[in-house]
Design a protein around this ligand. Structure first.
Ligand code: AGP
Length: 600
């Protein structure tokens, strides 16, 4: 997590850095800071908390103090050290000549700290980053030039790091370093940028150069020189930046999350029209599938897994990436490993896939960011084409993941000949109805809002479901806790009576997700009655009005059991959204969370 940005050009570095950071804020919002390198003055401005606090400081600063055409900026998601001013980036050397921003984690920072302290360096923060500044400073004091000092220092670092560095004595230069953390260079008119993500370059750069791991870029206003850590020059052609600034605009919605929920029918329509766009023929012979993901992406995997089992007769295991890494696996050349990651930067998933690749498994990746790090570990890539998702809570990327997994399962079932062509075309027809069904839910937004408002003041909520609906309940509960901070847990409805029922009373609403076609419909409804009997308010999300006296019913369009998670998702997303909105939460940037989780 964390986001870094750098600017060197002919206009205001401060403005460019703050603009860029605005588009990186989803990567963290514990603190923000910039360093401006003006002729002979290296000025640092930092603020704890959101970017807005920093913007206010800059706004009230006399203009002459913020004049500079070169600088670096940072948005922090705290890993080492509290989210306070001391630990905010940029970090600087004791003489104030060097400033640095960092995204990633330095694994050997404790050893480096010890060594540097023995050399007389005094640490003023608890961060791992400060060790890097002192390392470079030590090289400079030993007589190395700026570029050599950086090169010598980064060779001593273990872990993940994307760095932006400026040096007071050389204001015509910005140095960027990349290893295991995302970093790209943006090229504009007489100006160049560095950024953790393309989002920060939209409307600024016309072309980009993707840095690879183990590279250092020395960036001037009109020149970019890239070398590896050994100093060998690397030649790379710039690519056109295809995305427009509008792709990260709220488009009149109160929050990005609401806008992104509303984008879902259009995205699904486009995905259905485009098809999978990969050749699945070579995957036909796999009978073992392991799906690896985290958070919402993991829920998409859980929802789709039964279809791979049923339609493709594969043995399927779904595992959280962070668990996969440490468990004995039987992944091998006979296994198709599917990694799912919206951002493509999730460290847990990337580490797990690296491991899977070492076991000679075939790796297929589903990601919304074909430019992200995860694709390096993939034999095949399926893109979600959901457009940039700005809200930290995933919505449109979830339904795009579901859709892509359904398309994949159908393609494999066809290749393996386990479903008849009539069955396959029937399922494709059912998928084609989905966008309209989601539109019907969105048209009922006000009704869902009115139901949601009634549940905004409860301290906790239980979600229940069975079978194919259980991942929907898990995702609904995750959405609610992420953006409203209400303690929400999902339970297999049949498990309720084995323990969680002890929690139920008039202060603990139960949200039940049901599909009329599912063989478990009646049983789940009985579990709802059991909850009612304990005085728990019960909200039913179902495609059929249930018999019984429940508190609220959110009626969904009728759907087959397999694809119902798509429509259920839209309703549960809106439900969580309106509860959070009623509570006045910062919906797009919930506390403690970041969109790209680049630490394990
Ligand atoms: C979703 O709302 C969450 N922010 C989070 O669980 C997320 O899905 C998870 O961190 C995985 O992210 P990825 O899909 O980018 O790998």
């Amino acid at each position: 997590m964390c986001g870094i940005i750098g600017y060197i050009g002919e206009s205001s570095a401060a403005e460019n850095l703050l603009d860029g950071l605005k588009n990186l804020e989803y990567r963290g919002y514990d603190s923000a800071g910039i360093a401006l390198n003006d002729n002979n003055r290296l000025k640092i401005f930092k603020a704890a908390g959101k970017l807005n606090n920093l913007c206010q400081i800059i706004r009230t600063e006399p203009r002459e103090n913020t004049v500079a055409e070169c600088g670096i900026g940072h948005i922090r998601w705290a890993t080492h050290g509290l989210p306070n001013l001391e630990n905010a980036h940029p970090h600087r050397s004791a003489d104030g000549n060097l400033a640095l921003v960092h995204n990633g984690i330095i694994e050997n920072y404790l050893e480096l700290r010890k060594e540097l302290s023995a050399d007389g360096y005094h640490f003023t923060s608890q961060t791992d980053t400060e060790a890097i500044v002192h390392l470079i400073d030590r090289e400079l004091k030993n007589g190395a030039g700026f570029e050599d000092a950086v090169q010598n220092a980064v060779r001593l670092l273990d872990g993940a790091f994307a760095l932006g560095i400026v040096y007071r004595q050389e204001p015509d230069k910005l140095i960027a370093v990349k290893k295991n953390a995302p970093l790209i260079i943006g090229i504009g008119q007489h100006e160049n940028f560095i950024a953790s993500d393309i989002a920060a370059l939209l409307g600024k750069a016309e072309k980009i150069v993707r840095m690879e791991d183990g590279e250092i870029a020395v960036i001037r206003r009109g020149e970019i020189k890239i070398t590896d850590f050994a100093g060998k020059q690397v030649m790379r052609q710039p690519e056109l930046l295809q995305l427009s600034a509008e792709s990260i605009d709220k488009g009149g919605y109160k929050h990005f999350m609401l806008k992104e929920i509303h984008e879902q029918p259009g995205i699904i329509r486009a995905l259905l029209a485009d098809g999978l766009q990969i050749d699945t023929g070579s995957l036909r012979d796999f009978n073992r599938i392991e799906i690896i993901a985290c958070g919402t992406s993991l829920h998409a995997a859980l929802a789709a897994a039964p279809l791979f089992e049923d339609w493709c007769r594969c043995e399927v295991s779904v595992q959280p990436a962070s668990e996969y890494i440490y468990k004995k696996q039987r992944t091998g050349a006979d296994t198709l490993v599917i990694g799912i990651s919206q951002s493509g930067e999730t460290a847990d998933t990337i580490t797990a896939l690296k491991q899977a690749q070492k076991s000679n498994a075939q790796v297929l990746v589903l990601t919304n960011r074909p430019d992200s790090s995860i694709v390096r570990y993939a034999d095949k890539v399926i893109t979600l084409q959901a457009g940039i998702e700005v809200s930290v809570a995933a919505t449109k990327s979830y339904t795009a993941q579901l859709l892509r997994l359904y398309q994949l399962a159908l393609a494999l079932a066809k290749d393996k000949n386990f479903l008849s062509s009539e069955e396959i075309s029937g399922l494709h027809n059912a998928l084609r109805q989905i966008p309209v069904k989601i539109e019907e839910i969105l048209a009922e937004e006000e009704k869902i809002k009115n139901v949601a408002k009634k549940y905004a003041r409860f301290p906790a909520m239980a979600y229940i479901a069975r079978g194919q609906q259980l991942p929907s309940a898990m995702e609904g509960a995750l959405k609610l806790k992420e953006i409203s901070y209400i303690n929400a847990c999902a339970y297999a409805a049949g498990e309720l009576k084995h323990g969680p029922i002890a929690l139920l009373d008039a202060n603990m609403p139960v949200a039940a997700v049901l599909c009329r076609q599912a063989p478990t419909y009646a049983k789940t409804l009985s579990n709802c009655e059991e909850a009612k009997a304990r005085k728990a308010p019960v909200i039913i999300f179902s495609d059929q009005i249930p018999q019984g006296n429940f508190d609220d019913i959110v009626l969904l369009p009728q759907n087959c059991e397999e694809f119902a998670p798509l429509t259920e998702a839209a309703a549960l997303q809106l439900f969580a959204y309106f509860i959070a909105d009623e509570l006045g939460r910062e919906i797009d940037q919930p506390r403690n969370l970041a969109k790209s989780v680049t630490v394990e």
